[in-house]
Design a protein around this ligand. Structure first.
Ligand SMILES: Nc1nc2c(c(=O)[nH]1)N[C@H]1C(S)=C(S)[C@@H](COP(=O)(O)O)O[C@H]1N2
Ligand SMILES: [Mo]
Length: 350
């Protein structure tokens, strides 16, 4: 994590541009800002749940979060440098330099974006998260923020932008952060980009025992650049599905809260799955696609529960109670720096 001093800091814009420029913090802050609400997930989130172990950090479910991001649209910054007509991508460099086990030579963290995404008005070099100056760990003073894309695209400690006229193939988008895709020509390699539709059940949790009568499930679903239009719950491992109720706003880039109320009539074991459908009709799959390797882990993960022969008395049909519980949950979790189940994988890299 580089320690950056704002007085000495500047942002260089160079490459295939007519006007190379070095922005000071004050100059950049003079441009109009924009605010975007977005959910961001690490492309390797959930890796520890895969049947076949994949190299990298063994994330549990928690490498995902939602925040309000504020910054100057990248488009405005690029416009002031006047890109050459042969520009095809924009490359972003962070100030952190390091090595990986399979890359012993020191390298900065670098990722590129296609022009369409780089010039989208919601793509921001962000200076604030939830209205506050970025924490050093989240990229102070400036990070690129690419809504709807896996976290790896959002380069922290941004210090240099280079407009390039051929596709960039750096370590973090050729050796790491790629998936395989079956095409007519054979198997192609694709760079990890937009986030896939996915859901997490917040309550109940694995191993919880439900009671006879009313039971409440709640969680979140997200769908990258799309909004979530539907969430379904299965209690029989995917044979039959019922609609959950979406709560609060359904917006592009943003996760949506949902709840599902269910009357348990008899005791027994349950395998619960949840699946999201995006506004563009993309549906969360039931199984992990092996071509994704250790990335894009977005299948419906089974939650095993038991219904015991006891009656629960809580009135789970009360919407106020549900919102109250969710708010209490958010309040409790919000300020924890690392609300994730995580285990380090010795020497395997990211
Ligand atoms: N400069 C830099 N930016 C980076 C990374 C990094 O290692 N260096 N990691 C990326 C990855 S893989 C993720 S998932 C997100 C994590 O963002 P967060 O630390 O703010 O949660 O930052 C991305 N941006
Ligand atoms: Mo990541």
């Amino acid at each position: 994590m580089p320690a950056l001093d704002l007085a000495a800091w500047h942002l260089t814009v160079e490459g295939r541009v007519k006007k190379r420029r070095e922005w000071t913090w004050e100059e950049l802050m003079d441009l109009p800002e924009r605010t975007v609400f977005a959910t961001v997930e690490c492309a390797g989130n959930g890796r520890s749940f895969l049947a076949e172990r994949q190299a990298g950090v063994q994330w549990g479910a928690g490498a995902v979060g939602h925040a309000e991001w504020t910054g100057v649209p990248l488009k405005l910054v690029l416009e002031r440098s006047d890109m050459e007509p042969d520009a095809v991508e924009v490359l972003f460099e962070g100030a952190d330099v390091g090595t990986e086990p399979d890359h012993p030579a020191p390298m900065p963290f670098e990722r590129s974006l296609p022009l369409t995404k780089a010039l989208h008005p919601d793509t921001l070099p962000a200076s604030r998260m939830n209205g506050e100056v970025l924490d050093p760990i989240h990229g102070y003073p400036l990070r690129l923020f690419v809504p709807g894309w896996y976290g790896v695209a959002s380069v922290k400690w941004l210090r240099r932008i280079e407009v390039v006229n051929k596709p960039f193939r750096g370590y973090f988008q050729s050796v790491k952060y790629t998936v395989q895709r079956q095409t007519e020509r054979g198997v192609d390699t694709e760079i990890v980009g937009p986030m896939m539709p996915k859901s997490e059940i917040i309550r109940p949790r694995a191993g919880d025992v439900l009671g006879l009568g009313g039971n409440r499930f709640f969680g979140v679903s997200w769908a990258g650049e799309d909004s979530v239009s539907r969430v379904e719950v299965s209690k029989d491992g995917g044979s039959s599905w019922s609609d959950a109720t979406l709560i609060g706003p359904q917006a592009a880039y943003s996760w949506t809260l949902w709840e599902y109320l269910w009357e348990a009539k008899s005791p027994g074991d349950l395998t619960v799955l949840v699946r999201a459908t995006s506004s563009r009709g993309r549906v969360q799959p039931t199984n992990h696609d092996a071509l994704n390797g250790g990335y894009l882990i977005h299948h419906s993960r089974p939650l095993h529960l038991r219904v015991a022969d006891v009656h629960r008395t809580a009135d789970y049909a009360d919407a106020q109670t549900i919102m109250y519980d969710m708010n209490a949950y958010a309040e409790e979790k919000m300020r924890l720096p690392l609300d994730v189940e995580m285990e380090f994988s010795g020497g395997e890299g990211i």
